[in-house]
Design a protein around this ligand. Sequence first.
Ligand SMILES: Cc1cc2nc3c(=O)[nH]c(=O)nc-3n(C[C@H](O)[C@H](O)[C@H](O)COP(=O)(O)OP(=O)(O)OC[C@H]3O[C@@H](n4cnc5c(N)ncnc54)[C@H](O)[C@@H]3O)c2cc1C
Length: 442
Amino acid sequence: MSRYATNRLPRHRGEAAWASILGPGPRYPRLEAECTADVVIVGAGFAGLSAARRLIQLRPKARVILLEAGKIAEGAAGRNSGFMNDLPDDLTGDDHKGAGDGRAQIAMNRHAIAFSREAVEDYGISADFFDRAGKVIGAVGAAADRQNQIYAAHLDDLNEPYEHLDVHAMEALTGSRYYRSGLFTPGTVMLQPAGYIRGLAEGVSRKITIHEQSPVISIKRIGHVWRVQVPNGGVAAPQVILATNGHVESFGIATGRLMHVFLYAALTPVLPEGALGGARRWGIRSSDPMGTSMRRIDGPQGGDRVLTRAVATLRSGMRASELDLERAAGIQQRKFDARFPGLAGLRPEYIWAGQLCLSRNGASVTGEVEEGLFTACVQNGLGTTRGTLSGIAAAEMACGVDTVLTRHFSAEPQPPRLSPLPFRDAVGNMVIRWKERRAALE
Ligand SMILES: Cc1cc2nc3c(=O)[nH]c(=O)nc-3n(C[C@H](O)[C@H](O)[C@H](O)COP(=O)(O)OP(=O)(O)OC[C@H]3O[C@@H](n4cnc5c(N)ncnc54)[C@H](O)[C@@H]3O)c2cc1C
């Protein structure tokens, strides 16, 4: 008899702003009964909801129940910056494994984007929540500008389109003179994360059953079925897909191998008309991975606002503290003020933390753990695409379908062991802070 139990559930710090600015969304009842299903999915983020959609496609008659600990779009899926990237961030530097690997990753990312685009069309999700606008990799210092040139050379190798933006073009775009240059790539989709996730949940809920505020506390094998226990009920099913990202470790899977990182973000109130020049929508990620992402959104996405995403902390206990949030808010304010001196001092309406999960070798934890128990977890910070891919792959594995994705995930090595606690967090946070200081301008 196998049993996976957890007493650690997701805890969020700060309001899930993307959902709040859209207003209340559809609600799904708690599970407060005993029932049976063909498949239980645990977690309603990118991975869990994508797994649900793929199961509906492959086994339309299957009875699928999806259990979410919190509310839809309240977790990391509704707390990110919304860059659904087709291109990997690491075409430059030591991680670049040659054009062949780059192409394979790009093809998979585009598969995720195409899958999501079809969902958007099928479920009537607003195009404002899935905006095929592309993104800019911004550079402030000379070193970052050079990085962009190297990245562009790799894009040339891969025959991928891009456009160089000079200081004037960056100002015309952002209304800020802060950026020296930028590299525009057209394939990124800019999500309104809560709008997209809510739409996906609403769409799959036409064929499957969703229960919110129904945290899974144990998964136990009894004979040929898994019994999935929530506080006031449970489901018995022959197959379970665990799509809980870092919380896979809370169930005792991949223990000591995963880095639980919090990222922090802030969103301004709706800007007064004419307060900021430039385009109404744009998204800039920094050319330095430890730099700041900035984004402007407009009316249908939740008002004319600017998002600042900066600061990371390693928190192996999976809790960000109030102090973490306050420290991040101070840094984000300085970043915002430096970019928009005309709006300096404008306090954000929302500040929040969100959890993500990395492995040292960049591998995910996606596969069959034992008969009938699958995982679609560990998205290495790029969960909009990778979460979508791992969810699709876990559903395909559960249906016994052999695809490029199932082969890709089955061939991934497992994440290596990390140094023991508490050194892991102490050293990890020192390294993060050092890298953040090095990227302070960016
Ligand atoms: C500030 C910030 C900015 C980011 N920006 C980007 C970006 O621009 N682009 C990008 O690609 N990624 C970004 N990310 C990362 C991205 O949000 C995550 O990688 C992604 O959400 C992971 O998707 P997932 O479905 O695997 O996990 P999650 O979205 O975390 O979903 C897992 C779900 O499982 C649920 N769960 C956990 N335990 C249980 C349990 N016991 N029972 C039931 N349910 C449970 C959780 O409540 C959660 O809803 C960002 C993250 C943050 C915090």
